[in-house]
Ligand binder design. Sequence first.
Ligand SMILES: Nc1ncnc2c1ncn2[C@@H]1O[C@H](COP(=O)(O)OP(=O)(O)OP(=O)(O)O)[C@@H](O)[C@H]1O
Ligand SMILES: [Mg+2]
Length: 421
Amino acid sequence: MILHYVCNIVRFKKWKILMLIGVCALVSRVNVILQSLYPSITQLTELPKCPACYGVSACHDIHKIDLIWDDINAIISHLFGVKNVFFGTYNQTKVVLKKLAHSSELEAFDITLCDILHLGYPCSVFIPLDRYTAQFYDLIRKAITSDFSKDDTSRLRLCPTLSHLDDLFYNVHLNNKHINPTQYLINLWTLVSINPEPLILQILPAENGWPVPKYYGACGRIIVEEYVGLPLADYYDKSWIQRIKIASSLLNAAYMFTFKDKNFGFYLTDVSADNIAVDNENVAKFIDLENIIIVDKNVSQEDEPKGWQKIHKNTMHFDFPNLNCFSYSAEDICNHYLSDHNYYAICQLLLNAENQNPFFGEFLHDIPTNIEQQYPDIQYLLRQCAIPDSKNSRIFFGQQLKILLDTILKEYLNVMQHEIS
Ligand SMILES: Nc1ncnc2c1ncn2[C@@H]1O[C@H](COP(=O)(O)OP(=O)(O)OP(=O)(O)O)[C@@H](O)[C@H]1O
Ligand SMILES: [Mg+2]
């Protein structure tokens, strides 16, 4: 009797039952769908992957960060794992969260890790710490090798020798002195293999005036850093005085990375309008520090490469005069105690802005006629810094340009103050 009744319901209300089952299934999956569209911070950190991660210094506070999902790019970034850069707020301050690599790169790293441990992929995330100390130290040295014949892809390169590696990492060692040494080595190796940005942010802290974002720490496979502002690309149409201030700060950055540290020269090898952001005081900061060559300025005499004492000049524009591309030789930069590479990168960026985006012209466009008449050298100095005549020094012209831009800024401020009073 009951069976007959149930059969009748199924027969006559089949579509309703099917719909009900469908709705139930959907409701039970909503959570899963939402989680994959809007993952929580905890999901993003992938903490179980530690110690093959970036560290845990920010874990105690990470749950206080509110992710901002009002931007479609954020969702796309997460779904396709392409940029893997997220924005959030912490105590009402905007912060940036980075996974430091595309999802495919992270997977390739995990495969390498399993390989090293002689385990099949996906391997257990648990690593018996004590057994691997020496191996990971060697792997770190290998990852930042300056052996050009074997490897031209390392993201952080210390050259011409690794003898002062521990001096370079002094701040990083200091910030991590309470961590289990093997765990720390694995963190370091993960970073030099995937993306050394957090290491550079600690070696060159924003708190000491370096033109980079402040580093707030890491939690698993996520790092947290200061949100600087909009990318440089968004400033091509801003007022000329704003652009002069930004250009001056860029030349200042070229000076700092090259000269400020007496032990190491820092040469950025991925300088583009997308990898620089501008803060609310019109100061440019370098927000993508994935690719960098670090030259040890104090190598012993027997380790000095031939021509070490000469300043390296990037002459790519002579070799490829018709190509407006950004090119350099890592080997040449490494073989000289000083290189004009940073000035080359910045002045090229200022001059060939259209290279970064086909719709833009030079960054210092539309300077008022009276200013150009008063300071007719602006364009000449910029050109000599970007593509100098064979005998000219790019660094000299870059520095002269900075002095000129600062003079214009000072005079402009004086005039403004005079008008107000
Ligand atoms: N600290 C920051 N402050 C403000 N914006 C940032 C910051 N870091 C990253 N961004 C924004 O996120 C974008 C991507 O960041 P980043 O360059 O680090 O990632 P990426 O994946 O390396 O990109 P790509 O490899 O394409 O250069 C930047 O172009 C910039 O617009
Ligand atoms: Mg970038």
